[in-house]
Ligand binder design. Structure first.
Ligand code: TYD
Length: 197
């Protein structure tokens, strides 16, 4: 293994199980003696906190905030990876491409690609945890059904479609997020071990 760490990203709609898988990947790497750092976007930094506190109603302002947060986070990620640590990140640029282009007032995806391209590095591996939005939403909210739930479901469906397009374009590893956790861990670790060789 070289002195550089890997940069691994997990993407997917809400309720796809990214955070659980991220933490299990980090635990598996740690048990092998690899220094693994879990992280996420929006970050807990100053700009990420604005987004975590509810963001803004203006779709452009919100997109720019996600990317501003990412610009700062990317500097930190590069530092850690160059230092030999492996970074496992819950969401990265594909989240902005998928979510901010799928809203009622979509931001042009080519603009998002251009701006993201200036503030990101290409991860060594991106896993897309693909799941049917109804299953994902069920995991998030339980079984209550109302109009806004259907609106949200419709949005999640558009986000999922965008993700699948981006995954095909960028060569992401698509995982069936409805599989049991242990299986998801072993499949993702196979890809990671392959990259470490
Ligand atoms: P996240 O913290 O992953 O959600 P959770 O509350 O499940 O932990 O992300 C919060 C929301 O932000 C999520 O709905 C996706 C959205 N998001 C974007 O719309 N664009 C982005 O670039 C990112 C990073 C997140």
């Amino acid at each position: 293994m070289s002195g550089r760490g890997l940069f691994i990203v997990l993407e997917g709609i809400d309720g796809s199980g990214k955070t659980t898988l991220r933490d299990r990947i980090c635990a598996a790497l740690t048990s092998m003696g690899v220094t693994a750092i879990p992280t996420a976007e929006p970050t807990k930094g100053r700009i990420g906190s604005i987004l975590r506190d509810g963001g803004t109603d203006n779709p452009y302002a919100e997109a720019f905030l996600f990317m501003a947060d990412r610009a700062c986070h990317t500097d930190e990620i590069i530092g850690m990876v160059e230092d030999g640590r492996t970074v496992v990140c819950d969401r990265y640029y594909a989240s902005t491409l998928a979510y901010q282009s799928a809203g009622d007032t979509p931001v042009d995806i080519d603009l998002l690609k251009d701006l993201n391209g200036r503030v990101t590095v290409e991860p060594d591996i991106t896993f897309l945890l693909d799941i049917d939005p109804e299953t994902g939403m069920g995991r998030v909210t339980g079984r209550g059904e109302d109009i806004s739930k259907f609106e949200r479901l419709d949005f999640q469906r558009r986000v999922r479609d965008r993700y699948l397009e981006i995954a095909a374009e960028k060569g992401f590893v698509i995982l069936d997020a409805s599989l049991p956790q242990d299986e998801l861990l072993s499949v993702s670790m196979e890809y990671i071990m392959e990259r470490m060789r």
